[in-house]
Design a protein around this ligand. Structure first.
Ligand SMILES: *[C@@H]1O[C@H](CO)[C@@H](O)[C@H](O)[C@H]1NC(C)=O
Ligand SMILES: *[C@@H]1O[C@H](CO)[C@@H](O)[C@H](O)[C@H]1NC(C)=O
Ligand SMILES: *[C@@H]1O[C@H](CO)[C@@H](O)[C@H](O)[C@H]1NC(C)=O
Ligand SMILES: *[C@@H]1O[C@H](CO)[C@@H](O)[C@H](O)[C@H]1NC(C)=O
Ligand SMILES: *[C@@H]1O[C@H](CO)[C@@H](O)[C@H](O)[C@H]1NC(C)=O
Ligand SMILES: *[C@@H]1O[C@H](CO)[C@@H](O)[C@H](O)[C@H]1NC(C)=O
Ligand SMILES: *[C@@H]1O[C@H](CO)[C@@H](O)[C@H](O)[C@H]1NC(C)=O
Length: 640
């Protein structure tokens, strides 16, 4: 193996006109490799090919320097080829995936003009799907994009000239012994092997994937009949592409390629090792498991002690058997009682639709918290709801108010959140005694933050979480005036019909999408509607329904009317004093209008909203009449 490698290196040094001879190479690590890098791609000192770093929104490419002549010039047939590589995706936060990476064959050594994010650094808005691209890619995609008909957020796909895969399957590998495919997670942080084999006589392209400790599975994950003759040009380059976000790191550890034959087997023991930070190797598990044992032991002990203290009526709480599995998220009532100084009025932060919120400081850790006390008598649905609460506490995003845990008493549920020093946004927008007026850049930052938090709920966590109650009073501000969404999923509690006198059955009046009143079904699209109203609220500094005007004024209708009359900027909050970039304000207002479009199909997804905000996607024309849209427009927005 090493001999072969050094022969190759010698050949590489000879370089030049003998290009056609370079139809085979093997890299066990990339310390001494012949790659062309661009964007954020780099080769680490240990020899890892690192395609992304924490720089946001920038693709990284690594191409083999030598061109390939994959076509027989006398008969136009594409030669068979085979390639094998080892990759790993290390997510920045466990279970949170950013976009994936792709193996690519392209007529150019680099992909200029390609966009990051879901475009995987392969294509852009104008050339996506264009047959003149002559690009073949195998995507390892970790985000589900409706736009391109993605099947899920953990799949392998074959892409020809565009991101709508011609064939795709959930990432999995075939186990002969049981005759079944077993799922694997692309973002597990573990290295994995991929084989891509094209046979010219059969005109089939096979893609196989497996964990690194498993031999090549006998059955490929994808097998497609493709005639590559029209796709492959006389000269092609091969390499990898990935789009950088701050959500994870993409590495290639080794790579081999061969034309007209089987790619060399990689020497797995000589591959460079991955950085250990997020990579739970054996060493970390040696530490983690005993530590976990101690934590569980402490938790059980604490639980036992809490149980004894429970006799004191003052701290009496309800603990049921099914809650044992949630014990690490359970706070004792006594602890919360002490933290909030006995739920004294001076600690009261506010009274919302769901109950009273108190400020507190945990006696043990001195962590500042906010405790929401909600009355809830019904036993029905409680178990399911608490399960959901605990599951929501695993959501981690800088624009979501972190839920720390819960506690329960008779007829009462207490939720514990991180404390937000600047309180809720509506105080800053229209409270007569507001602390200060928000300037335009602060408002823009809050809108972007909330958009990013909502995108996470909708698309970036393992389950789709529908917020159901987006509004200014549910957006809280931290010390730096970053907007964080709170109260996600709470309206679910009242969805089971257990508390009919609450008006929050499906959200808050003024933010409810028209179709929601008919179907009663909350979707990501009804969230987008409410987000649109929220944008208008922030820019206009007005509540969605202005009862003091006569007749009652609906913010959304008012904004649409002003837009149709060509005077959209008139709705902007007067207290901004005109201190803003009118173009920017108009863009944000237009996004608000598009989101709060009465026709669900016309609304963008939160991912698209993020792209509009980042300037990565230009805003489509808003149909002149807010209530009539052309079918073509609807199709465009739905990504057909
Ligand atoms: C694989 O690499 C290891 C460590 O570099 C080396 O000892 C071993 O001989 C190599 N095996 C083959 C088959 O080349
Ligand atoms: C990301 O890439 C840039 C440019 O190559 C480099 O300056 C920066 O240090 C890298 N950051 C990380 C975290 O690797
Ligand atoms: C290229 O095609 C010609 C005509 O079919 C054939 O004779 C020749 O062997 C092919 N070359 C290779 C390298 O396969
Ligand atoms: C899209 O990519 C193509 C091909 O690289 C490039 O020529 C074109 O300028 C790009 N378009 C945009 C809008 O960036
Ligand atoms: C594997 O993943 C797919 C897609 O996420 C899912 O539909 C399927 O149920 C999973 N299979 C198993 C055995 O978990
Ligand atoms: C692709 O997979 C199919 C089905 O297992 C197999 O018959 C065929 O020989 C494979 N082709 C290549 C090029 O590996
Ligand atoms: C493949 O495509 C080429 C060029 O488009 C054509 O000449 C050839 O007949 C096709 N082969 C098959 C098997 O379809």
């Amino acid at each position: 193996m090493e001999l072969k490698l050094s022969i190759l290196l010698v050949l590489c040094l000879l370089a030049g006109s003998l290009a056609t001879k370079y139809d085979e190479f093997t890299y066990n690590g990339f310390k001494r490799s012949d790659l062309c890098l661009d964007g954020v791609a780099e080769i680490t000192p240990s020899g890892l090919l690192k395609l992304t770093n924490a720089t946001r929104y920038q693709p990284g490419h690594a191409f083999h320097k030598m061109p390939l002549h994959l076509k027989n010039t006398s008969d136009g047939n594409v030669y068979s080829f085979s390639t094998c590589f080892v990759f790993a995706i290390l997510p920045e936060h466990p279970d949170v995936s950013g976009p994936g990476l792709a193996f690519v064959l392209s007529p150019t050594r680099g992909l200029p003009g390609a966009l990051p994010n879901q475009y995987l650094g392969l294509f852009n808005l104008t050339n996506n799907g264009d047959p003149s691209n002559h690009v073949l890619a195998v995507e390892l995609d970790t985000v589900s994009n409706m736009e391109f008909g993605d099947i899920d957020s953990n799949h392998v796909g074959i892409d020809v000239n565009g991101l709508r895969s011609i064939n795709a399957a959930p990432a999995s590998y075939f186990i002969e012994k049981i005759g079944e495919f077993k799922n694997l997670s692309l973002i597990s942080g573990e290295p994995m092997l991929v084989w891509i084999d094209y046979s010219n006589p059969e005109k089939t392209l096979n893609v196989t994937i497996s964990p690194i400790n498993v031999p090549k599975p006998s059955r490929p994950l994808l097998s497609s009949f493709i005639n590559l003759s029209s796709i492959i040009l006389d000269t092609m380059y091969i390499g990898f592409s990935s789009s950088g976000t701050n959500l994870g790191y993409h590495y290639v550890l080794g790579w081999s390629f061969k034309m007209n034959g089987q790619a060399a087997t990689l020497n797995l023991s000589s591959l460079p090792s991955l950085p250990s930070k997020k990579h739970g190797g054996k060493l970390t598990s040696l530490i983690i498991w005993p530590a976990l044992g101690v934590v569980v032991f402490i938790a059980i002990t604490a639980f036992g002690i809490a149980y004894m203290i429970r006799r004191k009526a003052r701290y009496a709480e309800v603990v049921e058997e099914w809650e044992i599995e949630h014990r690490t998220h359970r706070f004792s009532y006594k602890e919360l009682f002490k933290a909030t100084k006995g739920f004294r009025e001076v600690n009261l932060l506010g009274v919302g639709g769901f109950g009273r919120v108190y400020k507190g400081k945990l006696p043990s850790s001195k962590t500042e918290i906010a405790v929401k006390r909600m009355s809830h008598d019904s036993k029905q649905g409680m178990r399911e709801f608490v399960g959901e609460i605990v599951s929501n506490s695993q959501l981690r995003h800088r624009n979501l108010v972190q839920l720390l845990g819960y506690s329960r008493r008779k007829g009462e549920l207490l939720l514990v959140y991180e404390f937000m020093p600047n309180g809720s946004l509506d105080n800053f927008l229209y409270d007569a005694n507001r602390p200060t007026t928000l300037n335009w850049s602060q408002r823009l930052k809050i809108i972007r933050g909330v958009a990013s938090g909502l995108l996470y709920l909708h698309e970036e966590w393992e389950q789709i979480v529908i917020h159901r109650d987006i509004k200014a009073s549910n957006v809280l501000l931290d010390r730096e005036m970053n907007g964080k969404l709170g109260d996600f999923g709470l309206s679910r509690l009242y969805d089971h019909g257990s508390n009919p006198q609450i008006t929050h059955v499906v959200g808050t009046f003024g933010y409810i999408a028209p179709e929601l009143t008919k179907t009663g079904r909350a979707t990501t699209s009804t969230d987008v509607f409410a987000f649109g109203v929220f944008i208008l609220e922030v820019v206009c500094g007005r509540r969605p329904i202005m009862l003091q005007e006569s007749p009652d004024l609906h913010l959304v209708d008012w904004a649409w009317r002003s837009w149709r009359n060509g005077v959209i900027l008139e709705v902007t909050d007067a207290s901004l004093g005109g201190d803003y970039d009118p173009g920017e304000v108009e863009l944000i207002l237009n996004i608000g209008l598009l989101c709060s479009h009465p026709v669900p199909a016309a609304r963008p997804t939160m991912r698209q909203v993020m792209q509009f905000l980042d300037g990565d996607l230009s805003l489509p024309d808003i149909p002149k009449d807010g209530r009539g849209i052309t079918p073509q427009h609807a199709e465009e927005l739905e990504g057909s």
